[in-house]
Ligand binder design. Structure first.
Ligand SMILES: CC(C)(COP(=O)(O)OP(=O)(O)OC[C@H]1O[C@@H](n2cnc3c(N)ncnc32)[C@H](O)[C@@H]1OP(=O)(O)O)[C@@H](O)C(=O)NCCC(=O)NCCS
Length: 264
């Protein structure tokens, strides 16, 4: 993905094989998980790959929480499943090289390189998001040396929220990232302290879960992957998220907390 900004949707800005290779091990762990889930839950492998990995979003086909799978992606998965198991990862990496970067969804307002918010929903709640474009910087976006820049990004975002939607009631988040002090330290204390693990049946196709396997350069964290793969022996197909090292934590605090914290 290089240092490219949010990509378009034509193959003219395809990422290329070198950038796609960076994602190989991250793809590998997702394919492995899909295989285990398929066998244990008795669902077709193609279904597990489509609905229970981050591939649909990574390949810039959109959020499966809001749409049916794109036919082109379904065809790609069908081709991969028809191959011998050892050829599937190569097939996905090669196909990924031909795809553009996945952009922020159109309904999000980005601030800096990492944060975005949505407009308030009917209950006045503003959802916030974090992403990372794989990069070759010396330090990652959550590194201590980048706290001031991240806080500046958040100040700009909450200044925008407070001016544009002054009646917004609360700010909500949901991510594995709230397990990390390195992420929580960026936010108001009451927001970070509110974190509770998400429960309930849900497919696992977002970076809110899968992002924990990545480092800021876009490579899989080998130790995290290995521990996860070992733990899959105990996969509970009714609660598969419990097999992931970090759970998705939901957070919330009133807009007033963010006004105070960021002086907006
Ligand atoms: C978030 C992300 C950039 C972290 O990558 P990284 O290589 O660990 O890089 P950073 O340098 O930014 O973060 C380092 C900091 O996070 C902490 N950290 C990162 N992963 C951690 C982990 N698994 N456990 C504990 N701490 C962790 C480090 O201790 C460090 O904190 P410190 O500076 O206080 O020592 C990377 O996982 C990523 O890009 N994920 C995909 C995006 C994503 O998950 N989005 C969520 C969407 S909801």
């Amino acid at each position: 993905m290089g240092n490219s900004t949010a990509g378009g949707d034509s193959v003219t800005d395809a990422k290329g094989m070198a950038d796609a290779e960076i994602a190989r091990d991250f793809f590998g762990v997702q394919l492995h998980y899909a295989g285990v889930l398929s066998a244990r839950a008795g669902i077709p492998l193609g279904e597990a790959i489509i609905f229970h990995t981050n591939f649909h979003r990574l390949f810039a086909y959109g959020n499966l929480g809001k749409m049916a799978p794109d036919p082109a992606f379904v065809a790609l998965v069908s081709d991969a499943v028809a191959l011998a198991p050892e050829a599937r990862l190569d097939h996905l990496v090669a196909a990924y090289a031909e795809r553009p970067a996945d952009p922020w969804p159109a309904d999000r307002f980005p601030f800096g390189n990492h944060f975005a918010c949505e407009a308030p929903n009917d209950a006045g709640i503003v959802r916030i998001h974090f992403r990372n474009r794989f990069n070759t910087d010396e330090h990652g976006p959550l590194h201590a040396s980048n706290i001031a820049q991240r806080r500046a990004d958040l100040t700009a975002m909450f200044d925008f929220v407070a001016s544009r939607w002054p009646d917004a009631k609360a700010i909500n988040g949901a991510s594995w990232l709230y397990n990390l002090e390195a992420y929580r330290r960026l936010f108001p204390a009451d927001y970070s302290a509110s974190r509770v693990a998400l429960t309930g049946p849900r497919p696992i196709h977002g970076l809110s879960t899968w992002g924990q396997f990545l480092d800021f350069r876009g490579r899989a964290k080998v130790d995290v992957v290995e521990a996860f793969v070992r733990g899959l022996d105990a996969l509970d197909v009714k609660q598969p998220w419990l097999s992931f090292p970090y759970q998705v934590l939901a957070t919330t605090a009133p807009l007033a907390s963010f006004r105070r914290e960021f002086g907006v």
